[in-house]
Design a protein around this ligand. Structure first.
Ligand SMILES: [Zn+2]
Ligand SMILES: [Zn+2]
Length: 175
C-alpha cells in the first residue's frame, strides 16, 4: 500500500492521516514464511517537521502464525505496533543523521506502508516461540508429539527439567 506524500511535502505541508490495509499476507524471512492472520487496519500519520524532514507514525495490530520451537505446532503471535520514525528525504545515502531511519520505505513521493511495517516486524520478531511454557516437544527418534502422547523410544526423551536448563543455556548464549 502506497501513500502519496506530495501534499505533506508541498508548500502547505498538509498532514497525512490515513487508514489503510496491510497488503502482505505473510512475513518472509530467511528461516521461512509465516502467514499473517487477523489483520487490523493500519493508521498512518505523516507530519512535516522542517525542510524535507518528516515524522511518520503508524499503529496497527495483527497476528502471525509461527511454529513452536519445540513441537512445531502453529502458534499465533500477536504483534501490536505503535511507532514513530523520523525520515530526512534530503539526506543522501551515507550522510543519514543519527536517529534518523533510512528512508528505504519511501520511494520518490510515495510511502510504502508494508515496507515500513516489515522492518518493525523484524525488530519485534520473537527469539523464542513456544505453544506453551512446558511444551514437551517431539520425540527426535519417532517424531511423536509428546504433548499428545508418549512413545516407546525410552531414554531419548528430553527430561523436561533438562530442557529448562537447555533454554537457560540458550539464553546465556544470546546475551
Ligand atoms: Zn510446542
Ligand atoms: Zn519416540
Amino acid at each position: 500500500m502506497l501513500i502519496n506524500l506530495s501534499d505533506v511535502l508541498s508548500e502547505r505541508h498538509t498532514m497525512v492521516d490515513e487508514t489503510v490495509q496491510m497488503e502482505m499476507d505473510e512475513v518472509r524471512l530467511k528461516a521461512g514464511r509465516y502467514p499473517i492472520v487477523r489483520k487490523e487496519p493500519v493508521h498512518v500519520t505523516v507530519t512535516h517537521i522542517k525542510e524535507r524532514e518528516l515524522e511518520l507514525h503508524a499503529d496497527t495490530r495483527f497476528s502471525v502464525v509461527i511454529p513452536c520451537d519445540r513441537c512445531l505446532a502453529d502458534v499465533e503471535r500477536e504483534f501490536v505496533l505503535d511507532f514513530s520514525r523520523m525520515v530526512d528525504l534530503a539526506a543522501s545515502e551515507g550522510e543519514l543523521k543519527e536517529g534518523f531511519d533510512e528512508s528505504d520505505c519511501i520511494d520518490g513521493y510515495d510511502l510504502d506502508v508494508d515496507k515500513m511495517l516489515y522492518s518493525e516486524i523484524l525488530i519485534g520478531w520473537p527469539t523464542k516461540v513456544l505453544c506453551r511454557e512446558d511444551c514437551k516437544g517431539i520425540c527426535n527418534v519417532c517424531g511423536q508429539n509428546l504433548n499428545e502422547g508418549t512413545c516407546d523410544c525410552e531414554d531419548t526423551h528430553l527430561d523436561p527439567r533438562m530442557s529448562v536448563v537447555r533454554d537457560l543455556f540458550k539464553n546465556f548464549k544470546e546475551v
